[in-house]
Design a protein around this ligand. Structure first.
Ligand code: ADP
Ligand code: MG
Length: 336
């Protein structure tokens, strides 16, 4: 259930009624004018999503955002899904695990050389609580920044003890530390990765349980995907038996082109359970936001791009509910 104001017995609350009345008041779109149709659709989505509260998962969900191609929207997806989840009332931690530090930039986090960062966590064993920063624009969103120092980590890791588990151990320790301190539990951890499969990415795969793959709706979208899936399979076999691809998000989707629709259909055919119904449109607002140190959710909250990321986040949160339902249903069956 995405709207915490809805009553649990299904009886509509006054908030539900207000929302329904607002939705009815939006004029039915005339399909012959695509712009009017889009505007009316966006107005409906805004009403549906405004102030929506997302359900908390039963336990902390840890995602690695991965794709071995660069420029497909990994970082954009990490920061915007994270911001949307936090705006939905959840506690979210972003770990910037890419030496480029684009996620830190987009979240307006100081990450010049020398700022305590992912590098210190992974290489020096510095506790996450000593490097984490709060995102000013979004309440409930914490960030472990990446600085240029991280570019050396790949080589330094090679000779280290438990080199694949360092991020996993640090994250575990941080989550326990929060519990000991009586701090609110982190609901979602999102780890942004570089495009290569080096030791940094492997650390992320070991720390996470779920993989989220953003796929760009363009030529060669699926190229390299089988290699990524093979690598995940290898990690699962050797380092992290729980790792699985739980979520695929179609990004830079342009519904006017046949190509984008074909790519989307192909992805859905291959991954019917993992692919989110929400798609992220190609949007100038989304690409502009990082240069202002912002996510699109704060940069232009009413834009199609912001709405799309809110829908994606809502779906991710609701799917956790479904997973829980399945698990509890299975448990109940076993008891009988
Ligand atoms: N939905 C979108 N619409 C328009 N531009 C986008 C969208 N998603 C990402 N971009 C832009 O595409 C470029 C690559 O995105 P990014 O998230 O940095 O990819 P990656 O992390 O996979 O390398 C960036 O300039 C970003 O602003
Ligand atoms: Mg990136």
């Amino acid at each position: 259930m995405s709207d915490r104001t809805a009553s649990s017995n299904g009886t509509p609350t006054s908030e539900d009624k207000r929302r329904a009345a607002l939705l009815r008041s939006v004029p039915e779109a005339d399909d012959t004018t695509p712009l009017a149709a889009q505007l009316a659709e966006d107005a409906r989505r805004r009403i549906r999503l405004q102030g929506a509260r997302f359900a908390k998962p039963v336990s902390t969900r840890v995602f690695t955002i991965a794709n071995q191609k660069g420029g497909v929207g990994k970082t954009t997806t990490t920061v915007n899904v994270a911001a949307a989840l936090a705006q939905g009332g959840l506690n979210v931690l972003v770990i910037d695990n890419d030496p480029q530090g684009n996620a830190s930039t987009a979240l307006g986090i100081d990450h010049h050389a020398g700022v305590p960062s992912t590098y210190d966590v992974v290489i020096n064993g510095t506790p996450i609580q000593e490097v984490v920063q709060g995102c000013e624009a979004v309440a409930g969103l914490l960030v472990v920044p990446a600085t240029i120092d991280l570019s050396g980590a790949e080589i330094e890791l090679v000779s280290m003890v438990a080199r694949e588990n360092r991020l996993h151990n640090a994250l575990d320790a941080y989550l326990s530390w929060r519990a000991d301190q009586g701090l609110p539990r982190i609901d979602y951890v999102l780890i942004d990765c570089p495009p290569s499969l080096g030791l940094l990415t492997i650390n992320a795969f070991v720390a996470a349980r779920e993989v989220m793959i953003p796929i760009q709706c363009e030529y060669y979208a699926l190229e390299g995907l089988s290699q990524l899936l093979n690598n995940i399979e290898l990690i699962r076999g050797h380092l992290n038996p729980d790792l699985h691809v739980s979520t695929i998000l179609l990004t830079m989707f342009d519904r006017r082109t046949n190509l984008a629709r074909e790519v989307a259909d192909e992805v859905r055919e291959h991954f019917p359970d993992q692919t989110l119904a929400a798609t992220i449109p190609r949007s100038v607002r989304i690409s502009e936001a990082p240069s202002y140190g912002q996510t699109v959710l704060t940069y232009d909250a009413g834009s199609s791009g912001a709405l799309a990321y809110m829908e994606a986040a809502q779906e991710i949160a609701e799917r956790a509910d479904k997973l829980n339902d399945v698990t509890s249903a299975a448990a109940a069956e076993e008891e009988n």
